[in-house]
Design a protein around this ligand. Structure first.
Ligand SMILES: Cc1ncc(COP(=O)(O)O)c(C=O)c1O
Length: 390
């Protein structure tokens, strides 16, 4: 069955790195919540609420299983998105208790870790180090200072480059007395393997980039969570309140996840994320091969064009390139608009990676094609055809 049957032949959606298209079972799960058991989680005793509770709990368990992490060591909290999760952690971490001396990030980061590490360093009056990643995506271990709080992506939103030495990085950071938070926004859909059994201190992600509704999550080590103060407070995380004091449910290990969940949560979206994980787990060899085939076909074409300056060294579901106005007489924004006129939905600009793309590389604005399991070979053929004509 085609789970993207709602997509017309003329709609060529190549913006999955921003938000994936949602497959029908995910849309059905969300609709099912709204039409069959619309209810508040973790508070109500009636049957609808019990069904919501069961499914929300199942999503937390599915996420840990998806990354092969133990519920004894980790818990899952829901947030708005990756940016929000990173900011919650970086704005509330108890730097003194953690013994952190330097804030570290890398050069190829999205603005969300890049900016939140700038503000964390400033607020705590700490030095901040931006490490240059190797061309293969790895982080040079020798560059990691002692007692650092490292915040880096494990998959880039420019070209899908992976933090291929992630396991060594995590070990090195821990060995030198530091902590590591992974921005997994681009990894969860197509590169989640890299996170399997990777014992980072926290992993932030966006469900909307993994075929689920708009939602975010923090997967956090229980011991690291104790170093995060709770200043963003209220609603569902509270067990008891007296005139001047309160008791938080996070103090009960079974409800530790409430630490970052102030107020009513997006229950339907959380449940539909569970459906998205089931759906991702059920992708067949043929589905994966089709995606890889489309990636390779597009990569081979882009690589072979004199005037298309491709950033990717290898095919990936996310590929970026630029055209030079001096060479062809128009820029990537104009090219993006011309593609849009043909039904091709791609991104133009700097994709929130201003520091690296604009200030380090001095590239002109770029175009990004990001593919997904909905991508058909005919989409790629049309893109190639139109680009050739242009
Ligand atoms: C690598 C990376 N990190 C963080 C983000 C921020 O995600 P969100 O806008 O969902 O918070 C993105 C979004 O594109 C991203 O690609």
């Amino acid at each position: 069955m085609n789970d993207f049957a709602y997509l017309s032949e003329n709609d060529i959606y190549l913006d999955s790195a921003c938000q994936s298209l949602r497959p029908q079972p995910v849309i059905d799960a969300l609709n099912n919540y709204y039409t069959k058991h619309n209810s508040c989680g973790e508070r109500v005793k009636y049957q609808w609420g019990r069904e919501t509770d069961e499914k929300v709990e199942a999503t937390r368990a599915k996420l840990l299983k998806y990354l092969k992490l133990s519920p004894r060591k980790y818990f899952v909290s829901f947030t708005l998105n990756t940016t929000y999760g990173l900011n919650l952690l970086l704005s509330q971490i108890n730097i003194a208790a953690a013994g952190i001396k330097t804030i570290v990030t890398s050069d190829i980061e999205h603005n969300s870790p890049f900016l939140s590490t700038i503000s964390c360093a400033k607020r705590n009056n700490l030095p901040r180090k931006v490490i240059t990643r190797n061309a293969d995506g790895s982080l040079p271990l020798a560059d990691i200072p002692k007692n650092a709080l490292v915040v880096v992506n494990c998959a880039s939103n420019i070209d899908g480059r992976l933090l291929i030495n992630i396991k060594d990085v995590v070990k090195a950071v821990h060995k030198s007395g530091g902590y590591i938070i992974i921005d997994a926004a681009q990894a969860m859909a197509h590169s989640s393997d890299i996170l399997h059994k990777t014992e980072a201190d926290a992993i932030c992600f966006s469900a909307h980039k993994m075929y689920a509704p708009s939602l975010g999550g923090i997967i956090i080590r229980r011991d690291f969570a104790k170093l995060i103060d709770v200043n963003f407070i209220g609603g569902g995380m509270v067990d008891d309140v007296d005139k001047e004091t309160f008791l938080l449910s996070k103090d009960n290990p079974e409800h530790a996840y409430t630490q970052f969940e102030s107020g009513l949560q997006a229950w339907g979206e959380i449940i539909a994320l569970g459906a998205a994980i089931d759906w991702l787990n059920s992708r067949t060899k043929a589905d994966k091969e089709n995606l890889e085939h489309c990636e390779k076909k597009l990569f081979d074409f882009l690589k072979g064009q004199k005037h298309l300056h491709l950033i990717n060294k290898t095919p990936a579901s996310t590929m970026s390139f630029y055209v030079d106005k001096k060479e062809v007489g128009f820029d990537s924004h104009t090219l993006g608009a011309a593609l849009a006129d043909e039904g091709i939905m791609a991104r133009t600009g700097y994709f929130c990676v201003h520091y690296y793309l604009d200030h380090v590389k001095h590239y002109p604005p770029l175009i990004r094609f990001s593919l997904g399991y909905h991508t058909r070979e005919s989409d790629i053929d049309k893109v190639i055809d139109i680009l050739k004509k242009i």
